[in-house]
Design a binder for this molecule. Structure first.
Ligand SMILES: Cc1cc2nc3c(=O)[nH]c(=O)nc-3n(C[C@H](O)[C@H](O)[C@H](O)COP(=O)(O)O)c2cc1C
Length: 162
C-alpha cells in the first residue's frame, strides 16, 4: 500500500504532523510520500492507494491555497482519501467562560466540512478524518499530539487493511 500526503502548512505545525504520520505509518510497513501542496500539481498527482490532505484553519475555513488545490484535484471517482487538519483548539466563551458545545463550534468551524465537500463532489471516498489542535494562532501543537497522530495512523491502517 502507498499513501500520498499533501499538506498546506504555513507555520510548520502541519508539517510536523505529516512527519509523525510518515514515521508511524512507515513503522507499519506502509510507504508515505509527503509533499507541501506548493510542490504538487493537483491535476497530475502520482498514483497512490490513499491520499491524505491537510490544511490549517483560516477564519473557519481551510487556507485559501489549500481550497484551490482541492478544487483542482483530478483523481478518479472512488479514490480513497483521509483528512488530517491542524486547527485552533476550542476556547471557552469569552463572556461566560464556558466551553462551547460541539454544535456551537460546528457553526463557524468548517475546515473539514469544506474539504470534504470539495472532494466528495469529485466522487472521492473519505475513509477517515482527524484534527490536531494548536494552542495558539501559530502553534504550538497541543500536548500529546504525537499520540493523537499515532492513533489516527492506527485507525487508518485498520480501515485500509485488505
Ligand atoms: C489569521 C489566522 C486565522 C486563523 N483562523 C483559524 C480558524 O478559523 N480556525 C482554526 O481552526 N484555526 C485558525 N487559525 C489557526 C491555524 O489553525 C494555525 O495557524 C495552523 O493550524 C497552524 O498550522 P501550520 O503551522 O501548519 O501553518 C488561524 C490562524 C491565523 C494566523
Amino acid at each position: 500500500m502507498k499513501i500520498a500526503y499533501y499538506h498546506a502548512s504555513k507555520f510548520g505545525n502541519g508539517a510536523a504532523v505529516a512527519k509523525e504520520f510518515e514515521r508511524a505509518m512507515t513503522a507499519k510497513g506502509v510507504a508515505v510520500d509527503v509533499h507541501h501542496i506548493r510542490e504538487a500539481d493537483p491535476r497530475a498527482l502520482p498514483a497512490a492507494d490513499l491520499y491524505v490532505f491537510s490544511s490549517p484553519g483560516r477564519m473557519g475555513r481551510p487556507l485559501g491555497r489549500a481550497r484551490r488545490f482541492l478544487q483542482h484535484v483530478e483523481l478518479p471517482a472512488g479514490t480513497r482519501y483521509a483528512l488530517l487538519t491542524t486547527e485552533g483548539a476550542p476556547q471557552p466563551d469569552k463572556k461566560t467562560g464556558e466551553m462551547r458545545t460541539a454544535e456551537e463550534i460546528a457553526r463557524w468551524q468548517k475546515v473539514r466540512p469544506i474539504m470534504t465537500e470539495l472532494l466528495d463532489a469529485k466522487g472521492m471516498t473519505k475513509v477517515a478524518e482527524g484534527c490536531v489542535y494548536v494552542t495558539g494562532m501559530k502553534g504550538p501543537l497541543e500536548d500529546g499530539w504525537q499520540a493523537k497522530v499515532d492513533t489516527f495512523v492506527d485507525t487508518l491502517a485498520t480501515a485500509s487493511a485488505p
